[in-house]
Design a protein around this ligand. Sequence first.
Ligand code: ZN
Ligand code: ZN
Length: 591
Amino acid sequence: MPTKTTKKAAPKKRAARPKAQNRKSVSTKQSPKTKPLPKDAVRLVPLGGLEEIGRNMSYIEYKDDIVIMDMGFQFPEEDTPGIDYIIPNIESLRVKKDKIRAVVITHGHYDHIGAVPYLMGKLGNPPMYALKLPKAILERRQEEFVNAPKLNIIEVKYGDKKKIGEHIELEFFGVEHTIPDSMGVIVKTPAGNIVNFGDFHLDRDKEGNIFHYGEMERIGKMGVHTFMMDSTNALTPGFGVSEYEVVENLEKLFKDANGRIIVATFSSMLTRIGEMIKIAEKLNRKVIINGRSMKQNVQIAQNLGYFKFKKDTIAPVQELKRLKDENVMIISTGAQGEPNAGLMRIVNGEHRHIQIKENDTFIFSSSVIPGNERSVQNLTDNIARQGAMVYNTKLIDIHKGGHARQEDLKIAISKINPKFLMPIHAYYHFRFMAGQIAQEVGIPKERVRLVDNGQVCLLTKEDFIITEEEVPTNYVMVDGLGIGDVEEVVLRDRMMLSEEGMIVIIATINRKTGKLIKNPDIISRGFIYLRDNQELLKEMRAKIKGIVSRIPRQQQLDADYLKSLFRDQIGQFVFRKTRRRPMVLPVIIEI
Ligand SMILES: [Zn+2]
Ligand SMILES: [Zn+2]
């Protein structure tokens, strides 16, 4: 049983955004009030990923054509219990879904692909463009969603060009990241070239040559209007450590281990996992993968030929009994001390096949995500108590993130040499710092654009204007009941019910008119006694009516969508009023 989370006064995670007029953008040029907005501009709209880590998605629109870039989700925050994922809000796209010509997927990480099964159907299932590996990951995952449409993914290669609609052309190019098959995209528009690297870092070979260096130079020479740049690591000084160094260090560690080796890392670090399996093979160790997502990813990459090791180097966990300790390497998820991940089960003695032994060597090949320090410390303490050795990044450089650090960002900026720099990914401060760094390589403040989620930008040949128009970007939460580990879902629901109670909303709706037929019924258990809270009840009803009345009439009633609006908005409303998050269970009766 996971430890009970203490109830906090729950500070709002996402700081309230200052109103547009108070928002001091680094850019000073635009003054939409005095200057009329250009008519024929290219619209660039980020829907997510600019004020958080995750739910990356943005789109470029010109006349009748829209190109979407990435469609990721965000993992839940502490103040969204019971929620599996937060996905981008696509309200602004639903009304013009017929104009969507392409969805470009930069790579196979969930913060870039996670929302695909939830959103593609709602967007009319437009064609997608992806490299081989992300294509396979997407297709495999889509199968788990029985109601989601079959995806139409066009496999592309580095260097491919695709004409999209009448005025837009896409060109794909290679970038280095922590998963094979990562790419960036050049969106060639009438305003100029918009370049999005996706997630990237600069990696070097032993001679110090940067991969894709020539590519960056070539793109820079083409002339770049806007560089959408991954700023996730903009607070970290220096150059990145090269992957080969990490692998060399790991190999040294592996060689010194006498007993079993147990490596904890992220399932997203697919490149690294492949390297580790190769070393294991060299050292005559069989590899056991512990963690469903990791197993799946490794399998896909292996089937597509991305890994060069023998098929039987990976062994099923049942074989553990027959193997000698010095012939075993276990690669596990759960490096952040997540309560339900594989590693936690091993350490707590709850794993069916793997128990800690005294001569085990544990290696954490991952950095600690801020906020997880405590649980990771507990985890390492528990391992040490059982007599095993633990190595982590503090002891030796065996991890490097997949995002370029300051000095590498400078290299990328100076090569791409854009007219405008638009830092993307991560929180405001990170993007702000990316803007500061850019000044050191000749991009003045006036050419940096710090755009928040939902702010509509207009791009002309000469300018990049952040307008006052905003599209909705409030959280859309997914509660994936029936998907994935049901046990986990049940457990989580119980925790939530025991702590926060629940509210059931019963809305009876006329299918034809989309109107409420009667006052919605609201029932609560374990939350607050509603009869004594008539005021709250009244406000909740009004809120529900408001939500229903805002649904466009011409559309057929989408009960799932309406439910998600109820869950999302009533949940947030109740939280604001009571600082509690009861489970919101919407029931929609169509008559
Ligand atoms: Zn990534
Ligand atoms: Zn990312």
